[in-house]
Design a protein around this ligand. Sequence first.
Ligand SMILES: [Zn+2]
Length: 342
Amino acid sequence: MTSTTVRYNPRGTNRPLRTALYDAWRGSCYWCTRTLQLDQAEIDHIIPQAAVAGSSLSAAFGLPEDFDVHDPGNLAPICGPCNKAKRALDLTKTPVVATRMEEAKRKRSRVIADVEAMVSGRLLARHFTGVRTASLNDPATRAVFLAEAPFVVQRLAAEAPTALDYRTTLIVEGQDYDEHGAPPVTRTVSATLDNHGRDTQLVLAHVCGADLADLLDQIARETCEQLEEEYGSWGETAGESPELISWGELDTPHQSITFDRVAFEESGDTYTFTATGEAQIVFRASGTRSDSRGDELEDLQGEAWIVCRTTAQASWTRGDVLGDVLIDEVALSDVDVNSWVE
Ligand SMILES: [Zn+2]
């Protein structure tokens, strides 16, 4: 891990760091994956501060001697209940920590870049963070916001006219039930829409009679199905020969897709829609390890955390049934799989 001046400060408010971590984890608790408000997010040390070199924890996770608990690669946003619950856990027996750490390491450079950008405009960043957390239900705060916002808009218009292409977020919560009556799989889809993205939403609604939220949920479902097909059939994997590991039914506790671009093109009578983004899916399963005679040696738990890019295309032609926007292709790339077995 290379050193950085961006670290958790035990005596500070760590506000820019909290915002950057919150954004990097898409506004969710990294432990239970539930969606959080920024003001509910606490900063968690994945490997706790108490873990010093030579402890059982550093041995369990193979931490280097100079491991820095305050490094952004060891930090993540957590909800209050998880933060309390995690303190009581024996983390050496909680191997999911390893996949979370891999994920944090992946996000580390982005978190550092975000914090550095905020710190270089420190005063402004502090105010903007305040704007993000301000309660607009409070009449006094709302009055200040409405009075000051036009100055910000004018300044932006003068500096960079295209900066006025603001972004909004569309959030869709989808659920799938399987035929065995298992608990439903909950899927969170969020899409960042710029001006073009909002135009796409309007064209879909007013020309094709379709709903962008529904379309994105369909794309998300198809993305997850493809991932499940490719990585979800663990069945039996060969352990150290002649042992056999046999996995039970897969549980998918978490699916989430973030589309960072939604756009459309019009050519003659045909409208083509594209959505690109990042998908995350977590699979969990229980299994058993048996010897060559089929005698069970031990029970196992496994988890795989998969992240990939997804690009989807859908189309609609004048004359097609209203609302019938068809998905032509969902292509997955940059698939990154982290897994553990205990
Ligand atoms: Zn949580």
